[in-house]
Design a binder for this molecule. Structure first.
Ligand SMILES: Nc1ncnc2c1ncn2[C@@H]1O[C@H](COP(=O)(O)OP(=O)(O)OP(=O)(O)O)[C@@H](O)[C@H]1O
Length: 392
């Protein structure tokens, strides 16, 4: 993989955002940073919305920031383009120091490089769909003919063809959200930042919009940062997920890592109701082939197939399945190991996959995959799994 494709788009190091009086004394004072949020508030009157957060957003990935209400998601993502001014830490976009940017550079960043799609779409009521979409280009000073043409292209791309001349009041919530999305896409930004864009939509429209995002990502490979408090949405959309609690990132990993190897009891409680077999891949349940016969016979499945798909294959064939990667047999899955995953036994006892749920030699590959420009295949839990209430 070339350096260009692996260089992060955003790189965040030791980021803090503290609200309140004399906020800047907090990050550097170990006595204060050791306090829990309630103690910090009562001692100083400050809220640490983002606490010492570090991560990279890789080119071409969908990076999801997930957490309960008040965990710091919006503050974190707004800090990326300094819509909220960070208190401490470093942020770079394509290696350029965001905290050192002057006003003009910042405006260019927000307009051209990292466009935000909001939950409340901020559409202009008296303008048509086409003119709303063209608005971002107008601000950039793009000429009328060109901006109308580009707007028409993205309007078609988000499935609003034929509605160009309507006004926002003549659209459904989902259609309005598509206009918001089209407006952000029209400026062709390097990164799209989504702040809970679909949380006001009803479940079916929300699902349509999620699929729209998946489709756009698959077609364009555009880097996306997506805030949500909905676990199911995070698992569906994210190549990697940063799970936040009280301003900290408590775990950053692929959906498979988060579900298969929760970092602590909080994450474990968060993902408790997820159907593991629909998120974890067969690598979780794989063992080495016991004989050359096992390497050569049995149905073949891809390494990124889910456990649920493997169960179907194994049940139909009545024999263990081989996990094949470019003609090479990586290992074998049998019914017992697959059922262990469903039962939640794998991560707990390490029987089939080591103690972490994803074999160590596969974890590096998983990261590589998430960082690649080609989007990952999506997993979609079939039953509702969102755990949006505070876990016990
Ligand atoms: N301007 C502000 N002044 C003081 N405290 C703030 C401010 N903005 C946010 N906070 C606090 O920072 C914390 C994180 O808020 P933030 O909005 O980032 O959370 P969130 O995870 O995005 O929540 P939600 O899902 O409800 O939008 C909360 O405790 C919030 O009350």
């Amino acid at each position: 993989m070339s350096t260009a494709s692996t260089a992060p788009v955003f790189s965040v190091e030791g980021l803090w955002k503290v609200f309140g009086p004399r906020a800047d004394r907090v990050p550097g004072d170990p006595d204060l940073t050791a306090l829990d949020p309630a103690e910090l508030r009562s001692r100083t009157g400050c809220t640490a919305a983002v606490r010492d957060v570090s991560f990279d957003v890789r080119k071409g990935e969908v990076f999801v920031v997930m957490g309960l209400s008040g965990s710091g998601k919006s503050t974190l993502v707004r800090c990326l383009t300094r819509l909220i001014e960070p208190t401490a830490g470093a942020i770079a976009i394509d290696g350029e120091d965001v905290r050192a940017m002057d006003g003009a550079r910042l405006r260019a960043l927000r307009r051209h490089r990292a466009a935000m799609v909001f939950q409340h779409f901020g559409l202009l009521p008296h303008r048509t769909v086409l003119d709303n979409v063209a608005y971002g280009l107008e601000i950039q000073g793009v000429g009328k003919a060109e901006r109308r043409q580009r707007a028409a292209e993205v309007v078609a791309k988000v499935g609003l063809e034929g509605m160009e001349q309507r006004r926002p009041a003549q659209l459904s919530g989902g259609q309005r959200q598509r206009v918001g999305l089209a407006r952000a896409l029209a400026v062709d930004p390097e990164v799209l930042l989504f702040d809970e864009p679909f949380s006001a939509l009803d479940p079916l429209i929300r699902r349509d919009m999620q699929e729209e995002v998946v489709r756009l990502h698959r077609e364009e490979g555009r880097t996306m940062v997506f805030i949500t408090h909905d676990l199911q949405e995070a698992l569906k959309l994210g190549d990697r997920i940063a799970l936040m609690r009280d301003g900290r990132v408590v775990q950053l990993g692929t959906p498979e890592e988060i579900v298969g190897s929760p970092a602590d009891d909080y994450v474990r409680a968060f993902v408790r109701d997820v159907p593991r077999e629909q998120v974890l891949t067969v690598r979780t349940a794989m063992r080495p082939a016991a004989s050359s016969e096992e390497t050569a016979t049995g149905p073949a499945i891809r390494p990124d197939a889910t456990v649920s798909e493997a169960i179907e294959t194994v049940a139909r064939a009545g024999s263990p399945a081989r996990i094949m990667d470019e003609g090479r047999c990586l290992g074998v899955v049998d019914p017992a190991a697959l059922l262990d995953v469903v039962a939640g036994a794998t991560a707990a006892d390490g029987r089939a996959a080591g103690t972490t749920g994803v074999p160590p030699f596969e974890r590096g590959r998983e990261r590589g995959r998430a960082g690649a420009a080609a989007p990952a295949r999506r997993r979609e839990p079939a039953r509702p799994t969102a755990t949006t209430e505070e876990p016990a």
